[in-house]
Ligand binder design. Structure first.
Ligand code: B12
Length: 214
């Protein structure tokens, strides 16, 4: 069994100690932090499937969530280090939308965007539309990012874009949405400019937008 398989399996078995230990070893051996994050996503998808099949319960989701959070926090400093020498290229306001408390994916985007040279204002989870609007007024970001992992979050995304429009701020920012429940339909319905369910692609898009702005 490869170390990647052992790592993914340890998360699926909810073996916290082993998963953390493997992550620590891999980081100390200089493994690409993006690879570890990619595997975290694979594990999360499999956990979601187990939950859907009734093999996992909420308590297991909570445990898996804790393990994945701990691992992404172990990886974050390493990712930051890689981006340290970069100049600031833009400002991003990001949050998980109202009604949704999932934040592992969002936190990965935060770290990757910081590593790419963005100044990031993280509004946290369950963020109501007015908070996004206030943050745009206060921080004047180039880009707004919204994360959503549950179906009802799509409606929150639409409400947030609508609130940004009503405040007369829509043409001041580009909006990107991401997370497991997001797709082309969600982008069209919410009125965002782009969508992704992959942090690396999302950050690439944001960098493209910043280049266009120059
Ligand atoms: C861990 C987890 C939890 C943890 C969350 C811990 C935490 N701090 O985040 C806990 C246990 C708390 C939880 C709770 C719930 N969960 Co949950 N959870 C999951 C699980 C297993 C993994 C999610 C995850 O972290 N994925 C890993 C990350 C890395 O992936 P990601 O978020 O997609 O992020 C990547 C990209 O999408 C992208 N990205 C994400 N956001 C953004 C934003 C931008 C701007 C960009 C550019 C990119 C981007 O970058 C990331 C890295 O590539 C999923 C299953 C799944 N397949 O997603 C269910 C899942 C999302 N949960 C689900 C449900 C139903 C719930 C609950 C409602 C359960 C309940 N009955 O109470 C509650 C939600 C409460 C609420 N109001 O939000 C359902 C949602 C179904 C639906 N269609 O609505 C899922 C799909 C499970 C399932 N198959 O049924 N959950």
């Amino acid at each position: 069994m490869s170390i990647s398989e052992a790592f993914i399996n340890s998360i699926l078995e909810l073996d916290e100690r082993r998963a953390i230990e493997l992550a620590r070893v891999r980081i100390s051996e200089g493994e690409d932090p993006l690879k570890i994050l990619e595997e975290l996503k694979t594990a999360a998808e499999k956990i979601g499937e187990k939950y859907e099949r009734g093999e996992f319960f909420i308590a297991d989701l909570v445990m898996a969530g804790e393990i994945m959070k701990e691992i992404s926090e172990l990886v974050r400093p390493r990712l930051r280090e890689l981006g340290k020498t970069r100049e600031l290229i833009g400002r991003l306001v990001i949050g998980t939308v109202e009604g949704d408390i999932h934040d592992i994916g969002k936190n990965i985007v935060v770290t990757m965007a910081e590593a790419a040279g963005f100044e990031v204002i993280d509004l946290g989870v369950d963020v109501p539309p007015w908070k996004f609007v206030e943050a745009i007024k206060q921080y004047k970001p180039d880009i707004v990012g919204m994360s959503c992992l549950i179906t009802i979050g799509i409606e929150s995304m639409k409400k947030t874009v609508d609130a940004i429009k009503e405040a007369g701020l829509r043409d001041k920012v580009r909006i990107i949405i991401g997370g497991g429940r997001v797709d082309e339909y969600a982008k069209e319905y919410s009125g965002a400019d782009a969508w992704t369910n992959d942090a690396a692609t999302g950050v690439k898009k944001m960098m493209e937008w910043m280049r266009e702005k120059r």
